[in-house]
Design a protein around this ligand. Structure first.
Ligand code: C2E
Ligand code: CA
Ligand code: CA
Length: 637
């Protein structure tokens, strides 16, 4: 038999290149990367052992019998071990769970038997032996090939069963790995003179390195830090292994501002410097989670406290300090983050905590406590419930009537959503609307509400005759919908009600932030004869100029403007001036949140006509509203 070394040498060259490249890259600590490193080492040793043993067979004199037997036995041992390692490698890719000792042993039984056969081979000569002609196959020589191919088949079946846990990209990569390895083994089984097993394995390793285990693929190119995908994998593994860990997130909330004021390059420079500072503090355990958010992973309370102290120093905003990172951040600490469940939940919780921190222009620190954790879980429960509530249309509509002081009766209604959770009870609309907006479910809620209001109006023609319209709250997503609001008009068409029965409310913040895309939609509503009302005026920082460009006919003054109008002259003067300015511009005004007679009297003296607030009526369920309006009608007769 003339053995051909070429494939083996080529395989070794490939492995050397991978070893060289890989050792110069940022190492990763997740289980799959660890397994890849072991596989890379063992494949390299295997190919080396095969080279040595083949050289012994080809070139060593007959007297080197022990060396020949020893090198070949070592090579066979590597060959027996490798398929099992490939199987473990696949397991670490498909699941973040630690493989139990029992499973490891069960999976290893064929390999243990094989190792026994290899170790006893010098006496039994079942696999190979040497005679005067050189290397000879024993009767069981195909055993190693069969074992390798069966292991690959088992790995392929395992992947097929767990395919949902593996990305499409990784599935393709694994398929390549299996094919290359199996092809190398099968080719050598058919023609033992071509040493393609080692070559196939080295190509498999190359395929893994270029796809699944490429450290660059999990790296943020700007900062060189590992990314969110890798962090999630790492956190899930820690959680599954019940290992305690604590996190600190660093949220650069003023990055947009910095980009606008000093240019994107300054923003990039800030991020790079911040990443360097953080790496000095936490070494490899720093991750860039999103554009503005970093995360530091720590494994002891001491380390956590030390990191937090150092971060406070780094981000303590001192304009003169050249070493300090020049932008304030929100530092958010979570001790015992593994208790939250999954990596995704840890990030959600950190984001939730960040949303609670004040954004005063300085660096803020917020840490988890019981209250925050409880309210986070409350939000999560609501978030999960929203899907069911939409599917089963569990929402209700309450109506808050608006009173006209001139006409001395209720003249319009605002439709307000209500949702009751089976165990949590009524959920505040502010909460479920915010969560629906965050989860992009709001358009579905708007549609359900609009249909409910339409049904209510159609069933109650007397109500339709007594009020001017029903006001419906719209959210940004309803407005930037691709078909520019015509889906809302289509819903109204389905019920055959006049468009003038409806008025859409758009909040001041939405009107300011989305004014460009809003203009088209607002104009289409106006053309259809649907009125527009600017909601919550005075609650934020409306850009009046852009708001004026939009075709609003009614302006609702926010409840916050009412505070202190009865006790503070300036507050009163301010409110009155806004009212008179808007009246002169031709807008109709609704004063929102009126609770007391004193407030109502003042507003009347300033010529405010429409009043919405608990003083006249709270939002009411449909039945109560109809009763209230009927009683009012009877009184006026
Ligand atoms: P909003 O549009 O500003 O609605 C007025 C809110 O003020 C309502 O709260 C109402 O109950 C409350 N309110 C009315 N008068 C008084 C008063 O005299 N005193 C006080 N303290 N509050 C008063 P609600 O029903 O809790 O709704 C909160 C917010 O949730 C609404 O604010 C609106 O932004 C949003 N929302 C409610 N339903 C919907 C909906 O179907 N779609 C959308 N997009 N948002 C909705
Ligand atoms: Ca409203
Ligand atoms: Ca409002």
């Amino acid at each position: 038999m003339t053995t051909n070394l070429h494939y083996l040498i080529a395989g070794m060259a490939v492995l050397l290149v991978v070893l060289w490249q890989y050792s110069h890259q940022r190492q990763m600590d997740d289980r799959n990367s660890l397994m890849f490193r072991r596989l890379l080492t063992v494949v390299s040793l295997d190919v080396l052992a095969e080279l040595v043993s083949t050289c012994f067979i080809l070139y060593a004199p007959y007297s080197f019998g022990v060396g020949r037997m020893l090198s070949n036995t070592v090579f066979y041992l590597f060959q027996a071990l490798l398929p099992l390692m490939l199987l473990y490698y696949v397991c670490t890719l498909c699941s973040s769970r630690v493989i139990s000792t029992g499973t490891v042993l069960r999976m290893g039984i064929p390999t243990i038997v094989l190792v026994f056969i290899i170790l006893t081979n010098p006496f039994t000569e079942k696999l190979f032996y040497f005679d005067s002609t050189g290397y000879c196959h024993g009767p069981w020589y195909l055993l190693l090939y069969i074992s390798a191919l069966l292991h690959i088949a088992a790995a392929a079946i395992f992947v097929a069963v767990h395919r949902d846990a593996v990305s499409r990209r990784n599935l393709t990569a694994l398929l390549t790995v299996f094919l290359l390895a199996a092809f190398g083994i099968a080719a050598q089984a058919v023609n033992p003179a071509v040493l393609t097993t080692g070559f196939g394995l080295s190509l498999s390793i190359l395929a893994m390195y270029l796809t699944i285990n490429n450290p660059c693929a999990c790296m943020d190119s700007l900062t060189g830090l590992n990314d969110k995908q890798y962090l999630l994998r790492r956190m899930n593994e820690l959680t599954d292994a019940h290992k305690a860990f604590h996190i600190i997130t660093v949220y650069a909330y003023q990055l947009d501002h910095m980009n606008k004021v000093s240019g994107v390059q300054s923003g990039d420079e800030f991020l790079r410097r911040a990443a360097e500072h953080m790496q000095e503090i936490a070494g490899r355990n720093v991750f860039r989670v999103t554009g503005k958010r970093f995360l530091l992973l720590t494994f002891s309370l001491r380390e956590y406290e030390a990191c937090l102290t150092s971060l406070r120093q780094v981000f303590h905003t001192q304009p003169d300090d050249a070493q300090a990172a020049p932008s304030p951040v929100i530092l958010c600490g979570v001790v015992g983050a593994e208790k939250l469940g999954t990596g995704g939940l840890v990030l959600d919780y950190a984001e939730y905590l960040e949303s609670l921190a004040a954004r005063s222009g300085g660096t803020e620190v917020i840490q988890n406590d019981r209250k925050n954790r409880d309210s986070f879980y409350y939000n999560k429960q609501v978030e999960q419930f929203l899907h069911r509530a939409i599917d089963e249309d569990l929402f209700e509509v309450y109506y808050q009537p608006v009173y006209s002081l001139h006409q001395q009766r209720f003249i319009t209604l605002e439709a307000l959503s209500r949702l009751r959770h089976p165990t949590l009870g009524w959920i505040a609309p502010d909460i479920f609307i915010r969560l629906a907006e965050k989860n992009r479910l709001i358009s579905q809620i708007t549609e359900l509400q609009l249909r409910r209001v339409c049904r209510f109006l159609r069933e109650n023609p007397a109500l339709r005759a007594s009020i001017a319209n029903v006001k419906i709250n719209l959210s940004p997503l309803d407005l930037i919908h691709s078909d520019g609001g015509s889906h809302l008009i289509r819903i109204l068409d389905e019920y055959g009600l006049p468009y003038s029965c409806f008025q859409f409310e758009i909040t001041e913040t939405v009107a300011t932030e989305y004014s460009a895309s809003l203009t088209r939609v607002a104009e289409s509503f106006q053309a259809a004869g649907i009125g527009l009302c600017l909601d919550d005026f005075g609650s934020g920082y409306a850009n009046l100029n852009t708001v004026m460009q939009l075709p609003f006919s009614v302006i609702k003054l926010d409840r916050s403007l009412l505070f202190h109008i009865c006790t503070d002259k300036n507050a009163a003067l301010f409110y009155q001036s806004i009212v008179s300015a808007f009246c002169r511009l031709g807008y109709r005004i609704i004063a929102e949140g009126v609770e007391t007679q004193a407030e109502m009297e003042l507003l009347r003296s300033w010529n405010v006509d429409m009043i919405q607030g608990y003083y006249f009526s709270r939002p009411l369920p449909p039945g109560d509203l109809l009763r209230l309006l009927t009683e009012e009608a009877v009184e006026q007769m």
